[in-house]
Design a protein around this ligand. Structure first.
Ligand SMILES: Cc1cc2nc3c(=O)[nH]c(=O)nc-3n(C[C@H](O)[C@H](O)[C@H](O)COP(=O)(O)OP(=O)(O)OC[C@H]3O[C@@H](n4cnc5c(N)ncnc54)[C@H](O)[C@@H]3O)c2cc1C
Length: 414
């Protein structure tokens, strides 16, 4: 039996998966999983979708059955915040006043919602969405016939808008950009989402910045924009992105540029401290750059990979990244990471809202998005991973099998 102690700070998708993996992959020392929330590790994606609409119970969202942690000898400290991780003294200090000495530690502290800095954000009826409690509070508000203003048209804003419409809530969306999901998906696909939401009755107000939230008796009643637009409402949902949570390692000497900087194997500059999930700013070997992504699948995969690195059995984390988004009856899947591209090659039809889009930069496919064609997106994962030039004609051609195309590129690169 190992005498070692591994501490995981942050008990959600990345941290929970890492702690579980340490055990299932043979670590027989002490594992301490520290989580600020009062819940065992759970999945957040349903919070803007089925859970928000009241279609699934809480129990369905947990990462492992309730008894799993105790049965597997993982000490889970819930409702407990790690106030400081002293990476030199190898000690995690807790808000309970206790301290846990570690041999290795994983930082999996995720993200925290950005706040709007405008007058009125503290009014009752102004919501954001990250936790079970946030989703429950929002669900209370989301009664048919009521009126919401959603601030932000990124994935959270769009998914919440869709769920609210499905619940019969009137929805206005305010965003400083020109279209929904524009930054990630580009103007062509953003236009498809714009049309989908408008078809479902969402009213968009683009190129509008929120100036203030107005209310009376302490409760929000309207959103006012800088151009003077005033949108009356019963409640507000703010979805303007997250910030990585690094409070516990502030001043630790670790590189905290955009989260916790880690190398390809998810190790920080301290050889015994690792990071994974939304908080990790990863040096990705495939894309040749640092990136911090905020996706569920990445949190799980990094959780596994970080545990393996801690055990000395891991290697570089090279997964090309995959995520999905459900809005109304439309499923989007995306693989890769494209921040800029020279060409968008479409297989299928944007007009029919059934397509696969390839984001091509310097001849390489850096990202693939598919609407209601998830299988094709998954088949195209190898095309991104191969990082080899591809003929756009083959990408467009429905008769070219994407998996075979990926295999031929992989063969060419080896
Ligand atoms: C509403 C919603 C819908 C989403 N939908 C999708 C989707 O459809 N597809 C997709 O790919 N992704 C989706 N995501 C994103 C996905 O949920 C995140 O990428 C994932 O939760 C990241 O997991 P994580 O463990 O890295 O971080 P987090 O989930 O943020 O968990 C970090 C945990 O650490 C805790 N913590 C922080 N600091 C401390 C400390 N000092 N001490 C102790 N504990 C601490 C936090 O309380 C938190 O519980 C969604 C997210 C939200 C909020």
């Amino acid at each position: 039996m190992s005498e070692q102690t591994f501490v995981v700070v942050g008990a959600n998708s990345a941290g929970g998966t890492a702690a579980a993996t340490l055990r299932t992959e043979g670590f027989d020392g002490r594992i301490v999983l520290v989580g600020a929330e009062p819940h065992l590790p759970y999945e957040r994606p349903p919070l803007s979708k089925e859970y928000l609409r009241g279609e699934v119970p809480r129990d369905r969202a947990f990462l492992r059955p309730k008894g799993w942690w105790e049965e597997n000898g993982v000490e889970v400290l819930l409702a407990t915040t790690a106030t400081r991780v002293d990476v030199e003294a190898k000690t995690v200090h807790l808000d309970t006043g206790d301290a846990v000495a570690f041999d290795k530690a994983l930082i999996a502290t995720g993200g925290r919602n950005r706040r709007l800095s405008v007058p009125g954000v503290e009014l009752e009826g102004v919501h954001s969405l990250r936790t079970f409690e946030d989703a429950d509070a929002l669900r209370e508000e989301a009664r048919s016939g009521r009126h919401a203003v959603v601030i932000g048209s990124g994935f959270i804003g769009c998914e919440v808008s869709a769920s609210l419409r499905q619940l019969g809530v009137e929805v206005d969306v305010v965003d400083p950009g020109k279209a929904p999901l524009l930054r990630v998906l580009g103007p062509e696909i953003a236009a498809v989402y714009d049309a989908i939401h408008r078809d479902h009755g969402v009213r968009f107000h683009f190129e509008e910045r929120v100036a203030a939230l107005r209310g009376s008796n302490g409760r929000v009643e309207a959103v006012q924009t800088q151009s003077g637009l005033e949108l009356g409402c019963d409640f507000v949902v703010v979805g303007v992105g997250i910030r990585p949570v690094t409070d516990a390692v502030d001043g630790s000497g670790l590189d905290l540029t955009n989260g916790v900087a880690v190398d390809a194997t998810l190790r920080t500059s301290n050889p015994d401290v690792y990071a994974a999930g939304d908080v990790a700013n990863h040096d990705h070997p495939l894309f040749g750059r640092r990136m911090r992504v905020e996706h569920w699948d990445n949190a799980l995969r990094m959780g596994v990979a970080a545990a393996q690195s801690m055990l000395g059995t891991g290697g570089a984390f090279e997964h090309p990244h995959w995520f999905w988004s459900d809005q109304y009856d439309t499923n989007l899947q995306y693989v890769g990471f494209a921040t800029e591209w020279d060409e968008l090659v479409i297989r299928g039809s944007l007009r029919d809202r059934r397509f696969v889009a390839f984001y091509v930069k310097d001849g390489l496919v850096r990202g693939v998005a598919g609407m209601d064609r998830g299988r094709d997106v998954r088949r195209a994962m190898g095309i991104v991973a191969a990082a080899r030039p591809v003929d756009p004609v083959a990408l467009r051609d429905e008769d070219v099998d994407l998996k075979q195309l990926a295999a031929s590129l992989t063969a060419a690169s080896s």
